[in-house]
Unconditional design. Sequence first.
Length: 127
Amino acid sequence: MGKSNSSQRLKALMQIQNINQSDIVEKTGLPKSAVSMYVNGKRLPPQDKLTIIADAFNVDEVWLMGYDVPMLKDKAEQITDYMVDILDDENLLSVSHDMKLMDDESKKRLASYAKFLLNEQKEQEDN
């Protein structure tokens, strides 16, 4: 079983879920200074803080500690939630249908564009 560190995993979590340190602070209630130290590797998060972060973002606490285990706590539950979201939104349903017809390169381009739009939205919300 491989092991990285919590700082690397927090950075990976932020990238994968397209969140920033402020989002972690807001969702967990942890102090901004503590989150900054955890992300920058200046301090290891204590067990109780790892649990809070893991629960808030539905990731496995052991993964967050840096061990080579699956990231998600409960893949089946998360997949079900995603499917419900897709089925409840005509736009998401249409995009998911269209994606089945795309080649891999087009799927990558669409995913990249979606991240761009989300980042643009976040910047507008922050201003």
